[in-house]
Design a protein around this ligand. Structure first.
Ligand SMILES: *Cc1c(COP(=O)(O)O)cnc(C)c1O
Length: 351
Protein backbone atom coordinates (compact mmCIF):
# COMPACT_ATOMS: atom_id res chain seq x y z
CA UNK A 1 0.00 0.00 0.00
CA UNK A 2 1.38 3.43 -0.92
CA UNK A 3 2.01 6.01 1.81
CA UNK A 4 -0.56 8.68 2.58
CA UNK A 5 0.97 11.43 0.43
CA UNK A 6 0.52 9.24 -2.64
CA UNK A 7 -2.96 8.12 -1.63
CA UNK A 8 -4.32 11.55 -0.71
CA UNK A 9 -2.10 13.74 -2.90
CA UNK A 10 -5.06 15.85 -4.18
CA UNK A 11 -6.02 16.78 -0.66
CA UNK A 12 -2.56 17.66 0.64
CA UNK A 13 -0.28 20.67 0.04
CA UNK A 14 2.15 18.86 -2.28
CA UNK A 15 2.96 19.04 -5.97
CA UNK A 16 4.99 16.89 -8.33
CA UNK A 17 8.22 18.63 -7.25
CA UNK A 18 7.78 17.65 -3.61
CA UNK A 19 10.17 14.81 -2.74
CA UNK A 20 8.07 12.15 -0.99
CA UNK A 21 9.78 10.87 2.15
CA UNK A 22 7.60 7.92 3.07
CA UNK A 23 7.69 4.71 5.08
CA UNK A 24 4.29 3.70 3.71
CA UNK A 25 2.53 5.11 6.76
CA UNK A 26 -1.22 5.14 7.28
CA UNK A 27 -3.65 2.46 6.05
CA UNK A 28 -3.94 1.35 9.67
CA UNK A 29 -6.72 -1.10 10.52
CA UNK A 30 -10.12 -0.07 11.83
CA UNK A 31 -10.68 -2.98 14.18
CA UNK A 32 -14.16 -3.88 15.46
CA UNK A 33 -14.30 -3.99 19.28
CA UNK A 34 -17.05 -6.50 20.09
CA UNK A 35 -16.61 -6.39 23.88
CA UNK A 36 -16.94 -2.59 23.96
CA UNK A 37 -19.84 -2.71 21.52
CA UNK A 38 -21.60 -5.12 23.87
CA UNK A 39 -21.05 -2.79 26.83
CA UNK A 40 -22.73 0.05 24.93
CA UNK A 41 -25.54 -2.25 23.77
CA UNK A 42 -28.48 -1.48 21.45
CA UNK A 43 -26.52 -2.55 18.38
CA UNK A 44 -23.99 0.20 18.67
CA UNK A 45 -20.64 -0.63 17.06
CA UNK A 46 -17.28 0.46 18.42
CA UNK A 47 -14.21 0.47 16.15
CA UNK A 48 -10.58 1.00 17.13
CA UNK A 49 -8.44 2.97 14.68
CA UNK A 50 -5.17 1.34 15.67
CA UNK A 51 -2.52 3.93 14.88
CA UNK A 52 0.06 1.81 16.70
CA UNK A 53 0.45 -0.07 13.41
CA UNK A 54 2.17 2.83 11.64
CA UNK A 55 5.88 2.42 10.74
CA UNK A 56 7.20 3.89 14.01
CA UNK A 57 4.13 2.63 15.88
CA UNK A 58 2.21 5.87 16.45
CA UNK A 59 0.03 8.30 14.48
CA UNK A 60 2.91 10.81 14.49
CA UNK A 61 4.12 9.22 11.23
CA UNK A 62 1.18 10.76 9.36
CA UNK A 63 2.30 14.29 10.12
CA UNK A 64 5.98 13.48 9.88
CA UNK A 65 5.93 12.14 6.31
CA UNK A 66 4.52 15.47 5.14
CA UNK A 67 6.60 17.71 7.45
CA UNK A 68 9.87 16.04 6.42
CA UNK A 69 8.91 15.90 2.72
CA UNK A 70 8.14 19.64 2.75
CA UNK A 71 11.36 20.33 4.67
CA UNK A 72 13.30 18.53 1.92
CA UNK A 73 11.50 20.57 -0.73
CA UNK A 74 13.09 23.73 0.68
CA UNK A 75 16.63 24.06 1.98
CA UNK A 76 16.83 21.86 5.06
CA UNK A 77 19.78 21.85 7.49
CA UNK A 78 18.10 19.39 9.75
CA UNK A 79 14.94 18.85 11.77
CA UNK A 80 14.28 19.40 15.46
CA UNK A 81 11.46 18.63 17.88
CA UNK A 82 10.55 18.58 21.53
CA UNK A 83 8.82 15.37 22.40
CA UNK A 84 7.16 13.20 25.00
CA UNK A 85 8.61 10.36 22.89
CA UNK A 86 6.59 9.49 19.81
CA UNK A 87 7.26 12.68 17.86
CA UNK A 88 10.98 12.07 18.34
CA UNK A 89 10.68 8.44 17.20
CA UNK A 90 8.88 9.53 14.03
CA UNK A 91 11.16 12.52 13.37
CA UNK A 92 14.25 10.35 13.80
CA UNK A 93 12.99 7.70 11.38
CA UNK A 94 11.88 10.11 8.63
CA UNK A 95 15.05 12.20 9.00
CA UNK A 96 17.12 9.01 8.65
CA UNK A 97 15.16 8.18 5.51
CA UNK A 98 15.73 11.69 4.13
CA UNK A 99 19.40 11.71 5.13
CA UNK A 100 19.27 14.86 7.29
CA UNK A 101 20.30 15.38 10.91
CA UNK A 102 17.60 15.16 13.59
CA UNK A 103 17.72 16.74 17.04
CA UNK A 104 15.28 15.73 19.75
CA UNK A 105 14.81 17.45 23.10
CA UNK A 106 13.09 15.32 25.74
CA UNK A 107 12.03 15.67 29.38
CA UNK A 108 14.70 13.57 31.15
CA UNK A 109 13.38 10.38 32.73
CA UNK A 110 9.83 10.87 31.38
CA UNK A 111 10.05 9.10 28.04
CA UNK A 112 9.03 5.46 27.63
CA UNK A 113 11.94 3.11 26.89
CA UNK A 114 10.76 1.99 23.44
CA UNK A 115 10.47 5.56 22.17
CA UNK A 116 13.89 6.54 23.43
CA UNK A 117 15.33 3.42 21.79
CA UNK A 118 13.75 4.39 18.47
CA UNK A 119 15.19 7.91 18.46
CA UNK A 120 18.63 6.49 19.29
CA UNK A 121 18.69 3.64 16.76
CA UNK A 122 17.58 5.96 13.97
CA UNK A 123 20.61 8.11 14.77
CA UNK A 124 18.97 11.24 16.19
CA UNK A 125 20.93 13.51 18.48
CA UNK A 126 19.00 12.96 21.71
CA UNK A 127 19.15 15.77 24.28
CA UNK A 128 17.33 15.12 27.58
CA UNK A 129 16.60 18.30 29.57
CA UNK A 130 15.87 18.85 33.22
CA UNK A 131 12.40 20.14 32.52
CA UNK A 132 9.02 19.07 31.17
CA UNK A 133 7.64 18.89 27.62
CA UNK A 134 6.27 22.44 27.67
CA UNK A 135 9.71 23.81 28.55
CA UNK A 136 11.36 21.63 25.90
CA UNK A 137 8.95 22.97 23.27
CA UNK A 138 9.72 26.60 24.17
CA UNK A 139 13.43 25.90 23.77
CA UNK A 140 13.21 24.15 20.41
CA UNK A 141 10.91 26.80 18.92
CA UNK A 142 13.53 29.42 19.77
CA UNK A 143 16.57 27.51 18.56
CA UNK A 144 14.86 26.37 15.34
CA UNK A 145 14.18 30.01 14.49
CA UNK A 146 17.69 31.22 15.40
CA UNK A 147 19.59 28.38 13.70
CA UNK A 148 17.41 27.82 10.64
CA UNK A 149 16.57 24.22 11.55
CA UNK A 150 13.11 22.94 10.60
CA UNK A 151 10.77 22.55 13.56
CA UNK A 152 8.70 19.37 13.19
CA UNK A 153 6.47 19.70 16.24
CA UNK A 154 2.79 20.13 15.44
CA UNK A 155 3.34 23.91 15.31
CA UNK A 156 4.65 22.97 11.87
CA UNK A 157 1.44 23.28 9.82
CA UNK A 158 2.31 20.25 7.65
CA UNK A 159 2.08 17.98 10.69
CA UNK A 160 -1.62 18.75 11.13
CA UNK A 161 -2.23 18.50 7.39
CA UNK A 162 -0.71 15.01 7.26
CA UNK A 163 -2.54 13.86 10.37
CA UNK A 164 -5.96 14.82 8.99
CA UNK A 165 -5.74 11.78 6.67
CA UNK A 166 -6.81 9.54 9.55
CA UNK A 167 -10.37 10.88 9.11
CA UNK A 168 -10.26 10.15 5.38
CA UNK A 169 -9.24 6.55 6.05
CA UNK A 170 -11.98 6.03 8.63
CA UNK A 171 -14.65 7.33 6.25
CA UNK A 172 -13.19 5.38 3.33
CA UNK A 173 -13.36 2.20 5.44
CA UNK A 174 -16.87 2.74 6.88
CA UNK A 175 -18.40 4.25 3.76
CA UNK A 176 -19.75 7.08 5.94
CA UNK A 177 -18.72 9.18 8.92
CA UNK A 178 -19.04 7.58 12.35
CA UNK A 179 -21.53 9.20 14.76
CA UNK A 180 -18.95 9.77 17.45
CA UNK A 181 -15.16 9.89 17.66
CA UNK A 182 -13.13 9.66 20.89
CA UNK A 183 -9.43 10.44 21.03
CA UNK A 184 -6.70 11.28 23.56
CA UNK A 185 -5.63 14.92 23.78
CA UNK A 186 -2.12 16.06 24.70
CA UNK A 187 -0.78 18.92 22.63
CA UNK A 188 -4.15 18.81 20.80
CA UNK A 189 -2.71 18.55 17.30
CA UNK A 190 -4.43 15.26 16.60
CA UNK A 191 -7.96 16.35 17.53
CA UNK A 192 -7.43 19.50 15.44
CA UNK A 193 -6.22 17.41 12.49
CA UNK A 194 -8.87 14.69 12.73
CA UNK A 195 -11.64 17.29 12.79
CA UNK A 196 -10.06 19.08 9.84
CA UNK A 197 -10.15 15.83 7.85
CA UNK A 198 -13.84 15.23 8.59
CA UNK A 199 -14.66 18.85 7.74
CA UNK A 200 -12.82 18.62 4.44
CA UNK A 201 -14.70 15.47 3.43
CA UNK A 202 -17.93 17.19 4.50
CA UNK A 203 -17.18 20.31 2.45
CA UNK A 204 -16.34 18.14 -0.56
CA UNK A 205 -19.64 16.30 -0.16
CA UNK A 206 -17.97 12.93 0.51
CA UNK A 207 -19.91 12.72 3.79
CA UNK A 208 -23.22 14.35 4.69
CA UNK A 209 -22.65 14.53 8.43
CA UNK A 210 -19.59 14.70 10.65
CA UNK A 211 -19.04 12.94 13.98
CA UNK A 212 -19.23 14.52 17.42
CA UNK A 213 -15.63 14.79 18.66
CA UNK A 214 -14.83 13.78 22.23
CA UNK A 215 -11.34 14.69 23.44
CA UNK A 216 -9.94 12.93 26.50
CA UNK A 217 -7.25 14.48 28.68
CA UNK A 218 -5.55 12.86 31.68
CA UNK A 219 -6.95 14.30 34.93
CA UNK A 220 -3.50 15.48 36.07
CA UNK A 221 -2.81 17.11 32.71
CA UNK A 222 -6.16 18.59 31.70
CA UNK A 223 -5.56 22.27 30.91
CA UNK A 224 -8.35 22.51 28.34
CA UNK A 225 -10.87 20.97 30.74
CA UNK A 226 -9.87 23.47 33.45
CA UNK A 227 -9.55 26.39 31.04
CA UNK A 228 -6.01 27.25 32.12
CA UNK A 229 -2.45 25.92 31.65
CA UNK A 230 -1.22 23.38 34.20
CA UNK A 231 2.27 24.16 35.42
CA UNK A 232 3.29 20.67 36.55
CA UNK A 233 1.19 18.16 34.62
CA UNK A 234 1.33 14.59 35.97
CA UNK A 235 -0.02 11.34 34.58
CA UNK A 236 1.19 7.82 33.89
CA UNK A 237 0.12 8.45 30.27
CA UNK A 238 3.39 10.21 29.40
CA UNK A 239 2.41 10.91 25.78
CA UNK A 240 -0.30 13.31 26.99
CA UNK A 241 1.59 14.78 29.94
CA UNK A 242 1.26 18.31 28.60
CA UNK A 243 0.21 21.41 30.50
CA UNK A 244 -0.10 24.03 27.78
CA UNK A 245 -1.25 22.53 24.45
CA UNK A 246 0.03 24.20 21.27
CA UNK A 247 -3.23 23.51 19.41
CA UNK A 248 -5.55 24.53 22.26
CA UNK A 249 -7.63 26.68 19.92
CA UNK A 250 -7.95 23.88 17.36
CA UNK A 251 -9.26 21.55 20.04
CA UNK A 252 -11.91 23.98 21.29
CA UNK A 253 -13.01 24.66 17.71
CA UNK A 254 -13.35 20.93 17.01
CA UNK A 255 -15.42 20.43 20.16
CA UNK A 256 -17.65 23.43 19.48
CA UNK A 257 -18.26 22.83 15.78
CA UNK A 258 -18.90 19.12 16.23
CA UNK A 259 -21.03 19.54 19.39
CA UNK A 260 -18.63 17.31 21.27
CA UNK A 261 -16.88 17.69 24.58
CA UNK A 262 -13.50 17.56 26.22
CA UNK A 263 -13.27 15.67 29.48
CA UNK A 264 -10.72 14.37 31.97
CA UNK A 265 -10.09 10.73 32.80
CA UNK A 266 -8.12 9.55 35.83
CA UNK A 267 -4.97 7.44 35.56
CA UNK A 268 -7.00 4.63 37.12
CA UNK A 269 -9.61 4.85 34.36
CA UNK A 270 -6.87 4.97 31.72
CA UNK A 271 -5.23 1.82 33.10
CA UNK A 272 -8.58 0.06 33.30
CA UNK A 273 -9.28 0.82 29.63
CA UNK A 274 -5.70 -0.21 28.74
CA UNK A 275 -6.22 -3.58 30.46
CA UNK A 276 -9.65 -4.04 28.87
CA UNK A 277 -8.30 -3.44 25.37
CA UNK A 278 -5.47 -5.94 25.84
CA UNK A 279 -7.42 -8.65 27.65
CA UNK A 280 -10.86 -8.38 26.02
CA UNK A 281 -10.24 -7.02 22.53
CA UNK A 282 -6.73 -8.41 21.94
CA UNK A 283 -5.34 -4.97 21.14
CA UNK A 284 -2.23 -3.71 22.92
CA UNK A 285 -1.93 0.07 22.87
CA UNK A 286 0.08 2.43 25.02
CA UNK A 287 -1.49 3.98 28.14
CA UNK A 288 -2.11 7.43 26.58
CA UNK A 289 -3.99 5.76 23.73
CA UNK A 290 -6.37 4.10 26.13
CA UNK A 291 -7.57 7.54 27.29
CA UNK A 292 -9.99 7.51 24.35
CA UNK A 293 -11.63 4.29 25.51
CA UNK A 294 -11.50 5.49 29.13
CA UNK A 295 -13.46 8.55 28.01
CA UNK A 296 -16.00 6.39 26.20
CA UNK A 297 -16.51 4.13 29.22
CA UNK A 298 -16.77 7.09 31.62
CA UNK A 299 -19.44 8.69 29.45
CA UNK A 300 -21.34 5.45 29.21
CA UNK A 301 -21.26 4.94 32.99
CA UNK A 302 -22.42 8.47 33.59
CA UNK A 303 -25.45 7.66 31.44
CA UNK A 304 -24.59 10.37 28.92
CA UNK A 305 -25.54 10.12 25.26
CA UNK A 306 -22.79 8.59 23.09
CA UNK A 307 -24.54 7.83 19.82
CA UNK A 308 -28.00 6.77 18.68
CA UNK A 309 -29.11 3.14 18.77
CA UNK A 310 -27.31 1.23 15.99
CA UNK A 311 -24.73 4.04 15.70
CA UNK A 312 -20.99 3.85 15.11
CA UNK A 313 -18.26 4.98 17.52
CA UNK A 314 -14.57 5.23 16.61
CA UNK A 315 -11.82 5.42 19.24
CA UNK A 316 -8.34 6.38 18.08
CA UNK A 317 -5.61 4.23 19.66
CA UNK A 318 -2.67 6.56 19.10
CA UNK A 319 0.32 4.30 19.77
CA UNK A 320 1.48 0.71 20.31
CA UNK A 321 1.73 -0.91 23.73
CA UNK A 322 5.25 -2.20 23.12
CA UNK A 323 6.48 1.39 23.27
CA UNK A 324 6.22 1.22 27.04
CA UNK A 325 7.04 -2.32 28.20
CA UNK A 326 7.77 -1.22 31.76
CA UNK A 327 4.23 0.04 32.23
CA UNK A 328 2.88 -3.14 30.68
CA UNK A 329 4.48 -5.47 33.20
CA UNK A 330 4.23 -3.16 36.21
CA UNK A 331 2.12 -4.93 38.82
CA UNK A 332 2.08 -8.22 36.93
CA UNK A 333 3.91 -11.29 38.20
CA UNK A 334 6.32 -13.05 35.90
CA UNK A 335 5.91 -16.67 37.03
CA UNK A 336 8.97 -18.53 38.35
CA UNK A 337 10.18 -21.51 36.23
CA UNK A 338 9.06 -25.10 36.81
CA UNK A 339 11.28 -28.14 36.18
CA UNK A 340 11.17 -29.44 32.63
CA UNK A 341 8.94 -32.49 32.92
CA UNK A 342 5.34 -33.18 31.95
CA UNK A 343 4.05 -33.50 35.50
CA UNK A 344 5.34 -30.11 36.56
CA UNK A 345 3.99 -28.58 33.37
CA UNK A 346 0.58 -30.18 33.88
CA UNK A 347 0.48 -29.00 37.48
CA UNK A 348 1.36 -25.42 36.55
CA UNK A 349 -1.25 -25.47 33.79
CA UNK A 350 -3.80 -26.36 36.43
CA UNK A 351 -4.89 -29.53 34.63
C1 LIG B 1 1.31 12.52 20.60
C2 LIG B 1 0.47 11.51 21.26
C3 LIG B 1 -0.78 11.81 21.81
C4 LIG B 1 -1.30 13.20 21.88
O1 LIG B 1 -1.59 13.76 20.64
P1 LIG B 1 -1.70 15.34 20.50
O2 LIG B 1 -1.76 15.59 19.06
O3 LIG B 1 -0.47 15.90 21.14
O4 LIG B 1 -2.92 15.76 21.24
C5 LIG B 1 -1.54 10.79 22.34
N1 LIG B 1 -1.10 9.52 22.33
C6 LIG B 1 0.09 9.18 21.82
C7 LIG B 1 0.51 7.76 21.86
C8 LIG B 1 0.91 10.16 21.25
O5 LIG B 1 2.08 9.81 20.76
Amino acid sequence: MAGLIERYRDRLPVDLETPVISLEEGSTPLIPAPALSKILGEERSVFLKFEGLNPTCSFKDRGMTLAVSKAMESECRGVICASTGNTSAAAAAYAARAGVPCYVVLPAGKVAAGKLAQALVHGAKVIPIEGNFDQALQLVVEIAEKEGITLVNSLNPYRIEGQKTVAFEIVDALGAAPNTHFLPVGNAGNITATWRGYRQYHEEGVIHSAPRMFGCQAAGAAPIVHGKPIENPETIATAIRIGNPASWQGATTAIKESEGEISAVSDEQILEAYAHLAAKEGVFCEPASAASVAGLLARHRAGLEICPQGGVVVCTLTGHGLKDPERAIAGLDIPPPVSSDLDSLRQRMGL
